[in-house]
Write a protein that binds this ligand. Structure first.
Ligand SMILES: *Cc1c(COP(=O)(O)O)cnc(C)c1O
Length: 367
């Protein structure tokens, strides 16, 4: 018998698999060590809100039932917090899912998607799944260059991603730049602001992009998540804020029960726990000053961050430094996956974790 093998769509053949941060258990197993710390995936080092944990416990008995496919309570809570209407909100299984849903709803093969580089890999993934064409816009001193993006507009441009703060560099684009930019972008092109680190920003020049949606701009979509400051990465919840017509388009391709019951309950509780968010914000700012100071002493060049991670040039082969640090129980993220072989992206941890990071980094760099 000769079997013919199933043939997949040509468009998906150059999708590269996502490279996740290395899990703690894996490192403990591989090296036979304990008390490994992970400063690699920008998770909240304080963990989830205790209120979210309580909500989960009380909900767990109900998991034999399907979740609320409309995310009624969560959507309502988000809308109220933002001063938006529920029709402006779409909840997803992480904002990752929403990036894919927007791509599915809007991209024909060959449509162009303008993507900053280096930035979050999911934008490229979403575009490629649909056979879209990625048009990369290089950062300028590690900041997104909106003017370069404008120069890359063509008749085929369908959407533009602005990761703000940008992952992996922690830098932002400013309100003045964004307003000028939006005035230049034609209304039929979606401008997607990914604000996964919104709650960590301290710079007063940061744009309040949800206001552009509320003012009635037809093409602005804002993505936020419960994975970062809210500490619920493992549950997978994110949301989009956008014009009701865009939200309705994207909603057509959403699976009916995309956000699970536990995630919905925990997210509602986490949203209410402003105290936990405040503490997480403060501990991040303290960690930032501590690490800046230590990096300066170690002669490490870093870029001031508006997020919960720091992008820095250690001036050495980062894969080797990463391996040595792993051996000593500290997981960081290497810049090579973003094309920078001497760079690291380090999540800001608790004071104890930051101290341990610096000890290990110093040992490895001086060895
Ligand atoms: C972490 C992160 C997200 C969050 O993704 P979820 O799917 O909500 O966990 C989105 N965008 C960027 C830039 C991120 O760094």
């Amino acid at each position: 018998m000769v079997f013919k093998k199933p043939i997949c769509r040509q468009e998906i053949l150059d999708i590269k698999p996502y490279v996740p941060g290395k899990p703690i258990e894996e490192v403990e197993r591989e090296f036979g060590i304990k008390q490994v710390i992970k400063l690699a995936s920008n998770e909240n080092p304080l963990g989830p809100s205790p209120k979210a944990v309580e909500a989960l416990k009380s909900k767990i008995k109900d998991i034999y039932m399907y979740p609320d496919g409309s995310c009624y309570y969560l959507k309502g809570a988000i809308a109220q917090k933002l001063g938006a209407e529920e029709e402006n909100i779409l909840v997803g299984n992480g904002s990752d899912e929403i990036i894919k849903l927007i791509s599915e709803a809007y991209l024909y093969p060959g449509d162009e998607v303008i993507i900053p580089k280096p930035s979050f890999s999911e934008y490229e993934f979403g575009a490629k799944v649909m056979g879209g064409k990625c048009v990369f816009s290089p950062l300028k001193d590690f900041r997104i260059d909106l003017f370069d993006m404008l120069e890359k507009l063509t008749s085929k441009t369908k959407m533009i991603y602005v990761c703000n703060p940008n992952n992996p560099t922690g830098t932002i684009v400013y309100r003045e730049e964004v307003e000028q930019f939006l005035n230049e972008v034609p209304d039929h092109i979606l401008v997607i602001f990914d604000e996964a680190y919104y709650e960590y920003v301290t710079d007063s020049h940061y744009p309040q992009t949800v206001n552009y949606v509320l003012e009635g701009r037809p093409n602005v979509v804002v993505l936020r998540t419960f994975s970062k400051i809210y500490g619920l990465a493992g549950l997978r919840v994110g949301y989009a804020v956008g014009p009701s017509s865009v939200i309705a388009d994207v909603d057509r391709v959403r699976e009916p029960f995309n956000v699970n019951m536990l995630a919905q309950a925990a997210a509602v509780a986490a949203l209410e726990d402003e105290e936990h968010v405040k503490r997480s914000f403060e501990i991040n700012n303290e960690g930032k000053s501590f690490l800046y100071d230590k990096f300066e002493k170690l002669g490490i060049k870093y870029w001031p961050t508006e997020a919960n991670f720091i992008w820095a040039d250690i001036g050495k082969n980062v894969k080797e430094v990463f391996q040595e640090m792993l051996r000593k129980g500290v997981i960081i993220r290497t810049g090579d996956i973003f094309g920078y072989n001497t760079f690291v992206r380090i999540t800001i941890g608790t004071p104890e974790q930051n101290k341990r990071l610096i000890e290990v980094l110093e040992e490895v760099l001086l060895a």
